[in-house]
Design a protein around this ligand. Structure first.
Ligand SMILES: [Ca+2]
Length: 245
């Protein structure tokens, strides 16, 4: 039987010549999102202590400033690690950690100093998170979905690295290890970028609203340098936003 209306599948197999993809890209351009919709999405399918991705930042000296941005999508209502940096020689190694504590707290730890931001409650949608930190002033900013939460200042002023392990999907309690399944991330992460400077408010806002040419200078989502472990998987040419929005 012939249907009166074609059923539109918003997530067809990515093919730039596919009319459905072209149509979706057109709509996205109208909505202010770039036609460059095919992204590398990292999928963490299960709660384990063995699934994670190691990112390889390009670093020659310790970080005096940093910005980390990423998008995430999860059903988790328990605590989970979004982004974990550990450096050698420390026991409980939260050198830099973005740790979500649903429904409305995000902990950002810098050099073991835990700063808790009160945030809007989590909803079941893609979430854009950016954190910036300046070691000279201690200024710490958390941006979620283009909203800057009240700025904080850390007591710690020690630059980070340059030797470091950057891990997605788990919280490092030691350098490169000692994970707990109950703190693991389950869901999707994409557009992970990191800079060795503090991005301007204009750039941070732009990167939330537009899915264009984002290219972190020490970690870039354009071309991840990574190793994956366990069942964590990198899917090519996926969407990393809900459709339609
Ligand atoms: Ca832990």
């Amino acid at each position: 039987m012939r249907h009166a209306c074609a059923v539109f599948n918003p997530f067809p197999t990515f093919d730039a010549t596919n009319p459905q993809v072209k149509s979706a890209q057109k709509t996205l351009e109208i909505r202010g999102k770039s036609a460059d919709v095919g992204k590398n999405v990292i999928l963490f399918p299960w709660q384990t202590a063995t699934d994670y991705v190691i990112l390889k930042p390009r670093l020659s000296s310790a970080l005096k400033q940093l910005t980390v941005c990423l998008r995430s999508y999860t059903e988790l209502s328990r605590h989970y690690a979004l982004f974990s940096i550990a450096t050698p020689g420390s026991k409980n190694d939260n050198t830099f950690l973005i740790y979500s504590m649903p429904p409305n707290i995000i902990s950002v730890t810098v050099n073991q100093e835990d700063i808790r931001f009160k945030v809007d409650p989590e909803v079941l949608d893609w979430k854009h998170t950016c954190v910036t930190w300046d070691s000279v002033t201690g200024l710490l900013q958390l941006w979620i979905n283009g909203k800057c939460y009240p700025k904080r200042v850390t007591k710690t002023r020690s630059p980070i690295g340059p030797q470091m392990n950057v891990i997605l999907g788990q919280d490092q309690d030691t350098y490169g290890g000692t994970f707990e399944a109950v703190q693991s991330f389950v869901g999707e992460i994409c557009e992970v970028n990191m800079w060795d400077f503090v991005l301007s408010p204009a750039k941070l806002t732009q990167y939330f609203y537009f899915y264009g040419d984002i290219n972190g200078n020490i970690i870039t989502s354009k071309n991840y340098q990574y190793e994956r472990r366990g069942n964590a998987n990198v899917l090519q040419n996926e969407f990393c936003f809900s459709y339609p929005t």
